[in-house]
Write a protein that binds this ligand. Structure first.
Ligand SMILES: Nc1ncnc2c1ncn2[C@@H]1O[C@H](COP(=O)(O)OP(=O)(O)OP(=O)(O)O)[C@@H](O)[C@H]1O
Ligand SMILES: [Mg+2]
Length: 542
């Protein structure tokens, strides 16, 4: 991998990169930075957690003059949390150069945004709905925009943002530089590319498996009613540092977060029906570790980069293979390892196979963790806590009582009792009821592996094992199979429900035939609303 000084970058940007702790470029960065610096339109595909943000962020900030007083770059993201995060990364990259960037998303006070816009940011990072809102108010003007980035392009398409993106791009000069990024590139992305890009270069560093290589994947076959027990045993057994648990609907997420809290886990839910304040709070707590289980709908599936996420659990099987790839990709990022478990009910096994087929990765089956394994995990964690306390010498004021107790009782018995107390088994007894979700049905979607669109792939088949050395180490670079997976789906994808639907409507099961559900209001952002009357106007209070 290349050192960043080998690219033709602004010295102040290189300083920022160094400060961020990046030593070498990742494969997608190595391939896209030179192309982007030359102004080529491009479609960039690389596994989750491999630095796509910096792949477009670095050339972007490198090319902008600090003296510029117009908006010259626009980055669009599907969710608010992602817009915030991308804005933070861009701000870090542009820090020494004095580049001004601003996130613009639904749910945030529009007056405040207008005030921030008066500071003349050069880069806007936003969700499409709120962007359009500002454009209509003329508080955002796009006539000087030279570069547009669509992050998670396929998702924005899928959420029904096509019209919004079209409206936005119609206001950007045609002579522009457009880049499109995602870990997954289903075929319908071609349509978007054809419309918005000019002679794009396809840059793909997707090896055999589209899912990130450092993720240890498994599935557990469980009945709907056993899922909660399976989850708590799993958490006990694995003791994740941070975990994200994905549920199908908002209701599911609410119930699950509450149930976990009742059982004594530090968990909170995230979905599109929460106020932006609540969403921000939950994310902040998760990032700083004051909660360690984030229960979320697919609103958290894309792009979020929280270091320390060691586990992802698909409490409910995701509808789309793409969703699977992105959900599990919240762990195993930036060269770290991660674990992803997926709960599958017996009736959903076919759908799991479908996901395996599309992602070209066999997901091994594991047994449901036993109570003994769960207990063992908990005991281990308790023992570790005890030892930490001992090493920190925070226990000294208890010494007197300890001596007294030891005079009367056997030391092993005494310590066992203390451990039992610490392990806190009593909360396990709390009864928990979740409203059952209907199983996901296998969709008829043609999986044509052979004809996989080689266009996007030029197989840098990488392996995960290289963990030596500093820096990123996600490369490996032997050539090979490099078949991309995205080719597999037919056009049946996208219009028929799935995630947004689930996220939007706590109760309804997927597939109730509501053909247009994608466009009836992704609650995702609650962001798309103000731009189009057919959508729920969730932002009206903003
Ligand atoms: N060259 C690098 N060296 C080390 N770390 C890096 C490098 N580039 C990016 N990172 C870090 O890797 C992590 C993942 O990056 P990023 O969020 O951009 O991934 P992504 O490819 O966009 O993933 P996703 O598909 O999930 O959106 C971030 O924490 C980022 O700071
Ligand atoms: Mg990303």
């Amino acid at each position: 991998m290349k050192n960043f000084s080998e690219f033709d970058l602004d010295a102040k940007v290189i300083k920022a990169i160094t400060e961020m702790g990046f030593e070498e470029s990742t494969p997608i960065q190595e391939k896209t930075i030179p192309l982007a610096m030359e102004g080529h339109d491009l479609i960039g595909q690389a596994q989750t957690g491999t630095g796509k943000t910096a792949a477009f962020g670095i050339p972007l900030v490198s090319k902008i003059e600090p003296s510029e007083d117009k908006i010259v770059a626009l980055i669009m993201c599907p969710t608010r949390e992602l817009a915030i995060q991308v804005a933070e990364e861009v701000a870090k990259l542009g820090r020494f150069k004095g580049i001004r960037s601003l996130p613009i998303y639904g749910g945030q006070d529009i007056g405040k945004q207008i005030r921030s816009l008066k500071k003349k940011p050069q880069i806007i990072i936003g969700t499409p709905g709120r962007l359009l809102d500002h454009i209509n108010r003329k508080t955002i003007k796009l006539e000087a925009v030279q570069t547009v980035v669509l992050d998670e392009a396929d998702e924005m398409l899928d959420m029904g943002f096509m019209d919004d993106i079209q409206s936005i791009l119609s206001l950007v000069p045609a002579e522009r530089h457009t880049m499109l990024f995602s870990a997954t590139m289903p075929p319908n992305i071609q349509k978007l590319a054809q419309q918005f890009l000019t002679n794009p270069q396809h840059v793909s560093v997707i090896p055999k498996h589209v899912s990130a290589p450092l993720i240890d994947q498994a599935y557990v076959e469980v009945h709907e009613k056993q899922k909660f027990e399976a989850l708590s045993r799993l958490i006990d057994m694995e003791a994740p540092e941070l975990a994200i648990v994905f549920g199908r609907t908002k209701r599911r997420v609410d119930e699950l977060a509450e149930a976990l809290q009742k059982r004594g886990y530090a968990a909170e839910g995230l979905h599109g029906d929460l106020s932006q304040n609540q969403r921000d709070n939950v994310m902040r707590k998760f990032r700083d570790g004051s909660i360690d289980v984030l229960v979320a709908t697919d609103v958290a599936a894309r792009g979020l980069d929280v270091s320390g996420v060691t586990h992802v659990v698909n409490f409910d099987l995701p509808q789309d293979p793409e969703s699977y790839v992105h959900r599990i990709g919240r762990t195993g990022r930036a060269g770290k390892e991660g674990t992803a478990w997926t709960f599958v009910t017996p009736r959903e096994i076919d759908h799991l196979h479908f996901i395996e087929k599309v992602t070209r990765h066999k997901i091994p089956k594991k047994p449901m963790p036993s109570p003994a394994e769960a207990m063992e995990g908990k005991q281990k964690v308790t023992a570790e806590r005890l030892i930490n306390l001992l090493q920190e010498e925070k226990h000294l004021e208890f010494k007197g009582v300890a001596i007294q107790l030891l005079e009367e009782y056997d030391s092993v018995n005494l310590l066992s009792a203390a451990l039992q107390l610490l392990t806190g088994g009593e909360k396990k007894e709390v009864n928990v009821e979740l409203t059952p979700e209907d199983p996901i049905r296998a969709k008829k979607r043609r999986v044509d592996v052979r004809s996989s669109g080689r266009k996007f792939s030029y197989g840098s088949d990488r392996r995960s094992d290289g963990r030596s050395g500093g820096g990123y180490n996600r490369s490996g670079g032997s050539s090979g199979g490099g078949s991309r997976y995205g080719s597999s789906s037919s056009s049946s994808r996208g219009r028929d429900g799935g995630r947004d639907y689930r996220d939007r409507d706590g109760g309804s099961r997927y597939g109730g035939g509501s053909g247009g559900s994608r466009s009836t209001g992704s609650d995702y952002n609650k962001d798309r609303s103000s731009s189009s009357s057919s959508r729920r106007n969730d932002d009206s209070n903003a």
